[in-house]
Design a protein. Sequence first.
Length: 283
Amino acid sequence: MNRRQSGLMAAAFAMLLAASTPVLAAEEPAGLAEKGEHIFRQKCVACHTVGEGDRPTGPDLAGVTERRDRQWLSRMILHPGELLGSDDPVAAELLARFHGLRMPELGISEDEAGALLAYLAMSGEKERGAAEEVAPPAPAAAGGDWQRGRALYTGAIPFAKKGAPCLACHGMAALGSAGGASFGPDLSAINEDYGPEGVASILETLPFPSMEPIYAQRPLTPSERADLTAFFAEVSGGQAVPFNKVLMLQAGAGAALLLILAAVVWRGRLRAVRRSLVEKATR
């Protein structure tokens, strides 16, 4: 092969490579977006949609890559607790808009976050249609027993995996003064705030940081979530239970009376025990 032929072959190869480069470049983002769609269906669809409007549990993400800075989005995906706990005004607005509901830590890697952003950045009817095929979870209340849900809420029936009953931390107007617990938000109006679909999603994902150590290893079963959702729907419209000062004073007075009675009853016994010990030591 002479020098001229070698040059022509090299030029032809270079042209072929140049022609194929756009195709290869186009295939890589498509594959990344496909991976992101899989991650979205697996970890995000319980709270978010793409093109279907906001849910009670989270905003719609259609066009989010155009509205938000990529670095901000990456931080929200990778470390939502850190961002939502900061002074970021957008994060504060989202918390207020969704009644303090926080995005949980999803355990997503940087590569997976990049794939998610590639999926969310897709445009065109084909990509939108793929997102719209994701069906939202059906409200669990339809198959739930609200009376059993009430018993689960109060602890009269224990959760299957031994999680703490809701009443230990959350008040509920439907339970009267006994439902005035104040360690967590009052749940009397949770159905109005989030709707049945939102309540079902919250019970499944338990996105509040304070609930994670309690239920991470003790998740609610599907039937328990359905029963609780039905209970919240049944008692919807109640007002938060006010703090009952009289009840607290009565409880304090009762505890003080019990302590006084115990001191009186055990006073004589303690003296008798002490006397016998002294006599034994003297002998």
